[in-house]
Design a protein around this ligand. Structure first.
Ligand SMILES: [Mg+2]
Length: 297
């Protein structure tokens, strides 16, 4: 196991968890006053399904150094927690795997009437994988695809996952790549299709209100209406973890997921204290099962 890869991915996972838990504070309309004034709510902030599943990705990489789909599916099912607010499609897959012993491949293919899920669930959990393989972008694309199809086989969901993983890799290994250059670099590695087209459209957007209106903020919880907006925020605000999360949460929508994705990408960046310490202390810690160090043999 490569300690540099592990450290990068763990930073991304921490950033994603803090973003997820921060964004989840604003699912409830009573907290929107805090959003307008950018006032941090008191802790503990609890993270959701995004982090729970990202922990499985991290744990599999930590143990195997690659995405073993059988092991990943087992980990998703084993750690399924109804209180983490999973989407209905993923909930169904994980419950059927756990309770009835169905194979993930069959369940993922059958989702959404046989078209496969195009939800944002593959993208929301993948940033640590991008950080792990940041030194090898071909591998990022390959492993992100493998991780996505365990639950999400629709091309949009896969493209969303690849785009987020590539962005996290670039954030980690090439942090000077920002703005339009970042959007272009991510689009260049994203499979052809509607997600890539929308990432290319994002380069012409100049402010966050327009980004939210034109790109979407996850109201449909699809990869297409979630990932391009997140990438726009990272491209334009990603030098500042707090500002990028406030910008995303202020736009509304699926804010735990937009902030999880953004936090995972920005958190993959080099340097200590990428995540503000007062945010980190408010956030629920990561689970021991995910982060335990695997002894080197
Ligand atoms: Mg969530």
């Amino acid at each position: 196991m490569n300690p540099d890869r592990r450290a990068r991915a763990l930073s991304s996972l921490r950033g994603s968890a803090v973003g997820d838990a921060f964004g989840a504070c604003f699912d409830d309309v009573i907290n929107h006053g805090a959003l307008r004034s950018r006032t941090l709510l008191p802790g503990p902030w609890l993270w959701t399904d995004d982090t729970q599943m990202a922990c499985s990705i991290f744990a599999v990489l930590n143990a195997h150094g690659r995405i073993d789909q059988e092991v990943l599916a087992r980990s998703f099912a084993e750690h399924y927690d109804i209180y983490r607010r999973y989407g209905p499609g993923t909930s169904r897959i994980l419950r059927l795997m756990r309770q009835k012993g169905y194979h993930w491949g069959e369940l993922a293919r059958q989702a959404r009437g046989g078209r496969g899920s195009w939800g944002n669930g593959a993208a929301m959990r993948v940033a640590p994988l991008g950080a792990w393989f940041a030194d090898d972008l071909d591998r990022v694309v390959e492993e992100a695809t493998a991780s996505a199809v365990v639950t999400h086989t629709h091309p949009d969901a896969v493209a969303g996952a690849v785009a987020v993983a590539v962005a996290a890799a670039l954030s980690s290994a090439q942090p000077h790549v920002r703005g339009v250059e970042l959007l272009d670099a991510v689009a260049a590695r994203t499979p052809r299709g509607s997600v890539r087209s929308k990432i290319r459209e994002a380069r012409f957007v100049s402010d966050s209100s327009t980004a939210a209106a034109e790109l979407g903020v996850g109201h449909e919880t699809s990869a297409l209406d979630t990932v391009p907006f997140c990438l726009w925020v990272v491209a334009n605000h990603g030098h500042d973890f707090a500002d990028s999360c406030w910008t995303a949460a202020s736009a509304g929508g699926d804010s735990d997921t937009t902030c999880a994705i953004i936090g995972g990408i920005v958190g993959a960046g080099p340097g200590i204290d990428v995540v503000p310490p007062d945010w980190l202390t408010r956030c629920e810690p990561l689970p021991e099962w995910a982060t335990a160090t695997i002894p080197l043999l």
